[in-house]
Ligand binder design. Structure first.
Ligand code: A2P
Length: 283
């Protein structure tokens, strides 16, 4: 599997498995086993997904070689702050039964609409992640759903700039400013919900283009994302789809095809503006 190198030298695969909504222990076990056998090494979870224990149990029982794996997790919005972030990460590690994480992200920025002191909250939480990084609990640190103004503000106090920014990115959700900012600053961006939670897969233009190329619509979307420079983390529990979502090497997209997909308007996914979220339930 092809890899990208983060700014600090840590390498992560360009494609991994998202685990949002996989909460059943047996389903997690079978999915991780199948995914590993298909070639997945990057597994993405979050404290808010409520599945860290299920993932930890699966990893342990399957006895997968830890050094081969890239385990990525996210700090939830109730754990903002320096001290809180230390506790949150250690709690996450206990649940996962791991000694370290490969990538640890702040799941959502504190934003101006919800917090008057949003900037300070993000800065303090980030200082916490820097400490976890310095102490060896995490091999790389980053953020999720951060827009350029959140990142600009963070960079005023940060000692280390985020290695990663995971954002909702799929056809119909191009996020031009954020991806341009990340590419310019050497922040690796990752596409969360790269299939728009499965909803973009029924878009006529995407289906027709995929059919004409003899590939699945999912593979078409993921290829478009990779060509924009994203790391992709599609979620599926289905063995055939696990394989399909990694079959991205034997076709390409021409500039014109990229342009057609770029110009699609919103056609599925969450479509959330991080500055507008006032209730994080279910995210
Ligand atoms: P399932 O888990 O039943 O396979 P996203 O990663 O954007 O959140 O999208 C996840 C959704 O897309 C899930 O509902 C998943 O369903 C579906 N999905 C994932 N891969 C494929 C695929 N190759 N073909 C069709 N649907 C897919």
């Amino acid at each position: 599997m092809e890899k990208v190198q983060l700014k600090n030298g840590v390498c992560i695969p360009v494609a991994g498995l998202g685990t949002w909504k996989i909460t059943d222990k047996q389903e997690m076990y079978v999915t991780i086993e199948n995914a590993y056998n298909c070639g997945y090494r990057l597994f993405d979870t979050a404290a808010a997904y409520g599945n860290e224990m299920a993932l930890g149990k699966a990893l342990k029982e399957l006895q997968l070689p830890r050094e081969e794996l890239v385990i990525q997790d996210k700090l939830w919005t109730t754990c903002y702050g320096y001290e809180e972030s230390q506790e949150a990460c250690k709690r996450t590690l206990r649940k996962l039964k791991l000694e370290y994480l490969d990538v640890y992200l702040i799941h959502w920025p504190a934003s101006p609409k919800l917090y008057e002191n949003w900037s300070m909250i993000n800065a303090e939480t980030w200082r916490g992640l820097e400490k976890l990084y310095a102490d060896g609990y995490v091999r790389a640190i980053g953020v999720s759903n951060f827009k350029p103004h959140h990142l600009e503000e963070l960079s005023k106090t940060a000692e280390i700039l985020p290695h990663v920014n995971q954002i909702e990115f799929h056809p119909g959700m191009l996020q031009v400013e954020t991806t341009a900012y990340c590419l310019d600053k050497g922040i690796q961006f990752e596409a969360s919900s790269p299939l728009g939670n499965g909803q973009v897969l029924t878009n006529d233009i995407l289906c027709e283009m995929a059919e004409s190329k003899g590939v699945s619509t999912a593979a078409l979307c993921l290829k478009w994302e990779l060509k924009h420079g994203a790391v992709v983390i599609p979620k599926t529990t289905n063995e055939n789809r696990l394989k399909e979502n990694l079959q991205l090497d034997d076709f390409d997209l021409a500039e014109e095809e990229m342009g057609i997909i770029d110009s699609l308007s919103f056609c599925g996914g969450l479509g959330i503006d991080p500055d507008e979220v006032t209730n994080f339930d279910g995210l």
